[in-house]
Design a binder for this molecule. Structure first.
Ligand code: FPP
Length: 224
């Protein structure tokens, strides 16, 4: 969800104003996903690298997350949204961790939209943790080395049980993966859009879906 800072700078506003507007775009995007019958939506809200931003901005972002968890969960629950979080949540304050756990438990019976928010997430850290967990299972004797194939390994990732993304959308003209779902996005289609995240809305969501619908997906196989 790139471009919050640039959106604010263009208006001579502090970066937090861009992040606040970005939170509104999150709401619009969730609504658009529901309208378009998209069943799985993952939002990259905070990367492991984002902790390196100035302390004041990190505080603003975690404050926004706290506010979101307190004020939006009832609406998610009412709209049939199931919330999950991937990433190293232990780096957040204990009250945020508790609110995240409550939000996940309180929406766990929903299935209209599976909303995953990547928070303090980095794909390399995720893959490393999965490798460590697989090695520990081998050491404990619960997993044989020969059993460790792609499907079994995927079960050690934080996205275990979730489908791989079909489409990855990146806003604000950036054309990088930036440590996002490196394993899971192996065969994803990519759509890069110039729109800054705070301006993102239903029309952009629809345009990305239309673009995706035109792609011919071969998953490495030869065309028929
Ligand atoms: C990237 O834009 C955006 C972020 C680091 C934060 C994303 C957070 C939100 C959209 C709001 C909150 C979301 C939830 C789920 C509560 P940037 O700051 O890197 O902007 P720039 O690329 O223009 O500098």
């Amino acid at each position: 969800m790139d471009g919050n800072g640039r959106w604010a700078a263009a208006r001579h506003l502090p970066r937090i104003a861009g992040h606040r507007e970005g939170a509104r775009a999150v709401r619009r995007t969730i609504e658009a996903a529901i309208q378009n019958n998209v069943r799985w939506l993952t939002l990259y809200a905070f990367s492991s690298e984002n902790w390196r931003r100035p302390a004041a901005e990190v505080m603003d972002l975690t404050g926004l997350l706290r506010h979101y968890l307190k004020n939006e969960i009832a609406e998610l629950r009412a709209n049939g949204v199931r919330l999950r979080c991937i990433g190293d949540r232990t780096r957040f304050d204990p009250d945020i961790q508790a609110d995240l756990a409550n939000a996940e438990a309180g929406t766990s019976h929903n299935s209209r939209l599976n909303l995953t928010v990547a928070l303090s997430y980095g794909a390399r850290a995720e893959i490393t943790a999965a490798a460590r967990a697989a090695a520990a299972a081998v050491k404990a004797g619960t997993l044989a080395v020969d059993q460790l194939d792609e499907a079994v390994f995927a079960g050690f990732l934080s996205t275990a049980g979730m489908p791989d993304p079909d489409l990855v959308v990146r806003t604000s003209g950036e054309q990088r993966l930036s440590n996002f779902l490196l394993w899971q996005a192996a065969y994803a289609e990519f759509v890069f859009m110039d729109v800054l995240w705070p301006d993102f809305g239903a029309e952009h969501f629809g345009a990305a879906l239309s673009d995706f619908a035109k792609r011919e997906r071969r998953f490495g196989a030869r065309p028929a």
